[in-house]
Design a protein around this ligand. Sequence first.
Ligand code: ADP
Length: 678
Amino acid sequence: MFKKILIANRGEIACRVAATAHRLGVKSVAVYSDADADAKHVAACDEAVLIGPAPAQESYLRADKIIEAALATGAQAIHPGYGFLSEDEAFAVACAEAGLVFIGPPASAIRAMGSKSAAKALMEKAGVPLVPGYHGDNQDAGFLRMQADRTGYPVLLKASAGGGGKGMRIVEKSADFNAALASCKREAINSFGDDKILIEKYLTRPRHIEIQVFADAGGNCVHLFERDCSVQRRHQKVLEEAPAPGMTAERRNAMGAAAVAAAMAVGYVGAGTVEFIANQDGSFYFMEMNTRLQVEHPVTEMITGADLVEWQLRVASGEPLPMTQEQLAIDGHAIEARIYAENPEKGFLPSIGTLRYLRTPQAVAFALSASVALKDGDENGAASGHVRIDSGVREGDSISPFYDPMIAKLIVRGKDRDAALARMSQALSEYRIVGLATNIAFLKRLIESKPFSNAELDTGLIERNQNALFPAMQPASIRTLALAAAALLDSERSGRSAAGDPWADTSGWRLNGGLQRQLDFSDEENTYAATVRYRPGGWVIRLGAASSMMTLVERDASSLTVKLGGETVRGTVIRDGDAFHVFAGGEHRMLDYIDPMAHAGQAEAEGGRLTAPMPGKIVSVLVGKGDTVEKGAPLLIMEAMKMEHTIAAPAKGLVEDLLYAVGDQVAEGAQLLSFKIV
Ligand code: ADP
């Protein structure tokens, strides 16, 4: 076994590899960019080396810097994680030339699977089933159209060098072929510098089922069963599970054998995934092979008890596979949900910012070491192996515009699919994040949706169920308002700050028994005027026609129990400025408190300090020093996450000074200009 490895990655995968290395007594070296100096993965490793500025091209993609760091720290091997350099043939070669072990397949296997067309030709020879179509060298437009006609419409055009769904075009009929071909080739040459394309029969309602394979240098190769990754949006995986619902033992063996044949055909060593596309009747075809560890590998670990990173380290250091095909078995059902900083309601737009408050469901960060922890009936099950969170961030960290906005992978296991689903939906409702938009509520709706819980899986599931998955926003209930109001009133009464909010202390209030006041809240669609009348021991809260006596039963740092009429309501309220985040009944609602007094002060306070809401770049300055502007006038435009954000005047005022120019990078919270309200 290695003594020291370097992890050429960041985020959750780097933390995950470090955890296994640590358990095996292998020292780990992190690499990091300027943006990641305080990142969790740096803390998770024994040593760390700075390799460059934030943009990945200047850091995590710099093979030379990474190899230099490995040599300087005396690492014997490099684990590439996924993404970045993990499927870069030249990097694998460069590692070998530097005398370092690349923890992955031989460079020749990466090359063989790098082109979809060449991989298909190889697979055809190995007897692996292929989607009907054409993947040859003849790229003459007339010839290709003939091949499409012969295959039968609809067909799918793919860039041979493609990835990430780029270049893919569905062609419905022969008359549309030429135009689609031209546009596919255009995108292929722009994205991959290669306009070779292939034609596939376009399957309607297909499932994405992939097989985890593992091979050692001694020519042994096993498969660790399948994962179903059919739930996708824009060809990107959202939920992954194992085993695949409805899979028969017979078909599993057939797919497993095909995947092993695919790996053997390219002399594979290490962890790999053979992706298949399957019809509803179960017939399946080879799609491509990913020559690395996959994001969704934990579901396989949860049902087999194997630690795939441990297997990678053992195999790369020359040991044989830890288990034979006969020793491997499926135990239970596992599901993974990818928790992203994104806004599903706004077309899944990435969201960046700081994780101001983060509470995860009862889980162990990573505890696969003891496979006994995976047994049902274990009293500590919930905390020891049924819920797993792989994450590269902690409370207080930010999701930056430089890298993938994934916050965590939440993986659960149950004795069967229903048990796993119930556990997932419970875990999602316990996940609490304040500071940026997340897809948690969307994932919960998806997990609980009829088609998913009935396992009616295909790659169009999300699109077909738009209405159920994106329901119209309901007005906040009196329970939600009561929790927000109780949190506010209690912090005023006790003069105690609500979590993380220095402004909450409004001890200037003199509260008489008979005082009545109005509390105004709003969300994206509604405003709520709650009337509160102070009573001994509590308040009477009234919203519209509903009115209830409300008493605060219990409050600790963040959770509240309120008695509302005859009902007991429990929840967590986190105040972030004027925003009250209420987590209750498995829901997260955000209510903005409209406090006229605070606003008067705040406008002044903010007047002089217009700050950047997120890190980004100034793309346009629309005013000059000395300009007087009206309230709402655009002052400057920032670009962050490829989106433009306009900074507007909070009130009528004077631009006293401009602090940044076009092209400047700004940090979150940086003062952008000095502004005086007039
Ligand atoms: P990429 O490498 O660009 O990600 P893939 O070949 O892996 O492309 O395909 C990505 C996704 O596109 C699949 O998971 C599936 O949802 C869809 N897809 C691919 N091929 C077909 C096909 N022949 N018919 C229908 N859908 C397909």
